[in-house]
Design a protein around this ligand. Structure first.
Ligand SMILES: NC(=O)C1=CN([C@@H]2O[C@H](COP(=O)(O)OP(=O)(O)OC[C@H]3O[C@@H](n4cnc5c(N)ncnc54)[C@H](OP(=O)(O)O)[C@@H]3O)[C@@H](O)[C@H]2O)C=CC1
Ligand SMILES: CCCCCCCCCCCCCCCC(=O)[C@@H](N)CO
Length: 347
């Protein structure tokens, strides 16, 4: 039990948890937070050195360093085959059972005005933001939802698939055109799976007489605002000044804050999770078909948020208009680009 006598909907001690993008930023903060709570954690990313230092961090902060197990897998999750290999390796490492939780944090943002960012980079954004999550979800759910005969059913805890999105999926901002659509696609996939998974959960209730999945599954999505991470530092070098002005209302949080807020919300059993009030207002304007955490409260907040957004949306567009009036075209095509050359993360 925890807080106000409510059941903890996200117990992690002794559970096997995979964090993709777990070697940096939010994913690394989630991994070390869960290690403190007694979870066995596997971190997955491309760069081995960062993965190794994350495992060292987890060992240092572990609740019970003698019992808890930590592992890392280097994989480029924009490749579906790599995701299947990753899940197979985790299953082998976990004595033949799939993980209990998979949390998709991998991804990075390459901001810029839509016509200024080469299509090749915009496709890379879809690969690194949407497809890393969708590939991982596909490989994970194929592992979790494989039919198990009644005679082979074990008492497995509820499993959780967690996506990491962005409030930009609710309120797009000029200058995030290469990135926001990929996040909006994750939101749509999350809503689709939240509904589709109920078919499997229904079959799971009849596992004593029909083949069914090994456990029931819940889908969650986190919608952070700005996170003070390595990725954020990199995107700030690329971000148009107009974009920085439009997102001025955001107060970026540390990866540790975002991890803690997200885990507390998962413990409350929340589906779509925001990390600060303004993000909740943005979510409330576009709840649409998404599952509600608090049906009455979410519905009332969506009415109020839509009233507030009657002013916000024209305000954002007027700011862009006035920016153009004052500063002219962002960049005449073919002119030398004066913006500082940031190193976009290796593709
Ligand atoms: N930073 C921000 O302001 C916000 C971020 N988000 C989202 O939160 C998540 C975490 O962001 P942030 O904390 O900034 O993360 P970072 O950019 O600090 O770290 C990203 C992590 O993902 C890994 N990664 C990147 N591409 C791949 C790939 N193709 N395959 C496997 N691993 C990959 C990186 O390791 P490696 O490069 O070694 O593979 C690293 O571990 C992302 O999904 C991001 O879109 C949402 C809102 C705001
Ligand atoms: C009362 C309500 C008023 C709402 C006003 C609208 C303010 C918009 C703020 C947009 C902030 C964007 C944060 C996401 C950052 C992100 O995902 C990137 N850093 C990518 O990493």
């Amino acid at each position: 039990m925890f807080g106000f006598g409510r059941k903890n909907e996200f117990p992690v001690e002794g559970r096997v948890i995979v964090i993709t993008g777990g070697s940096d930023g939010m994913g690394r903060a989630v991994a070390t937070n869960l290690a403190r709570r007694g979870a066995h954690v596997v971190v997955v990313a491309r760069t081995v050195s960062k993965l190794q230092s994350t495992v060292e961090d987890m060992r240092r902060v572990a609740l019970n360093s003698l019992k808890q197990r930590f592992f890392y897998i280097s994989a480029d999750l924009s490749d579906a085959a790599e995701c299947e290999r990753m899940i197979a390796e985790v299953t082998g490492w976990n004595y033949g059972s799939g993980p209990d939780v998979v949390w998709c944090c991998a991804g990075f943002c390459h901001p810029g005005f839509f016509t200024e960012v080469p299509i090749s980079i915009q496709r890379q954004q879809m690969d690194n933001v949407y497809w890393t999550a969708a590939n991982t979800a596909h490989a994970t759910l194929r592992n979790w939802l494989a039919p198990v005969a009644p005679s082979a059913q074990m008492k497995n805890p509820r499993r959780h698939l967690i996506f990491t999105c962005s409030t930009l999926a609710f309120t797009p901002i000029a200058g995030y055109g290469p990135y926001s659509p990929a996040k909006a696609a994750i939101r749509s996939l999350s809503d689709t799976l939240s509904q589709e998974i109920e078919m499997y959960n229904g079959a799971f209730t009849q596992r004593h007489r029909n083949s069914a999945p090994a456990a029931d599954v819940k889908i969650h999505t986190i919608f952070p605002m700005g996170i003070l991470s390595a990725g954020f530092e990199n995107e700030q070098k690329l971000k148009p000044e107009l974009t920085k002005m439009l997102e001025d209302a955001d107060k970026p949080q540390t990866p540790e804050e975002v991890a803690q807020i997200s885990i507390s919300a998962l413990e409350r059993g929340e589906y779509l999770i925001t990390t600060m009030f303004i993000g909740n207002v943005m979510k409330a304007t576009s709840l649409g078909p998404s599952p509600r955490n608090a049906p009455i409260g979410d519905t009332v907040l969506s009415w109020l948020s839509n009233l507030v957004f009657l002013q916000v949306i024209p305000d954002l567009r007027n700011k862009a208009f006035n920016w153009g009036k004052t500063n002219g075209l962002p960049n005449v095509y073919g002119e030398e680009d004066e913006t500082p050359q940031a190193t976009t993360p290796p593709s």
